[in-house]
Design a protein. Sequence first.
Length: 280
Amino acid sequence: MVALRLMAACLAGGLTMVAAAAFADPPRRVVSINLCTDQLALQLAAPGQLVSVSYLAHDPASSAMVSEAAHVPANRGSAEEVFLLQPDLVLAGTFTPPDTLRLLSRLNVPIELFPPETKLQDIRDNLRRMGRVLGREAEAAATITRFDKGLAALGPLESPAPSAAIYAANGYVAGPVSLSGAILQAAGYRNIAGDFGISEGGNILLEQLVIADPDLLVLGARNPGHARAEELLDHPALHALVARQPHAVIEDHNWSCGTPAALDAIRALRHAAPNGAFGP
């Protein structure tokens, strides 16, 4: 009740984001309210430094770090809940609801906003930034080094690159200017979404996909239950394409956020390459 009254009293004020950089010492009580900042922080935080993560960090369909998050209490991201945790730093994404950020900021809670990753370099940049705000620069540098070594170990790319499409519910395809598109490129494929003028993401007809006849078809993991948006994925024409061409099913948690788990998606795509394009 005290927290609610204090928030109500702050409603007339303006939004002034309190930057984490204002801290001379590393924060001791860090709360993450975004799935992607959850996983970046779980990679780097000191023991006991991260006191809460979003509930999605505990969801194996969404998070690549469920086991690491198991010992960290979950939150639902409401300003009231977060404020009562008495954080000295809140980690959020640029798509976090603005009202939540506004309330926390009016309560002088330091907030660090992280943009979503759309390329592999963004993974390095956000890891480095997370290391800086948590006071864990050395751990961030070591994590980036392991990530780069994993990429280097993949070996050379095939030329010319085999074509591929990432196809999901409602005929959605991920374009080159997206994290999944960057992962597809790093695995050595040419993304056919660009052939349809799609850069970030968009929809194509199933007929267009069948005519394009990509060398590899990449499908997302199906959600439990029944969704009309996924009915297209049961179409006989798509089944025939899957039966005729190599295909891969990539778990969403490996590329929904920019983390070193992207390496697992890249390796899976390499393994699914047609005709052994990338060797054994």
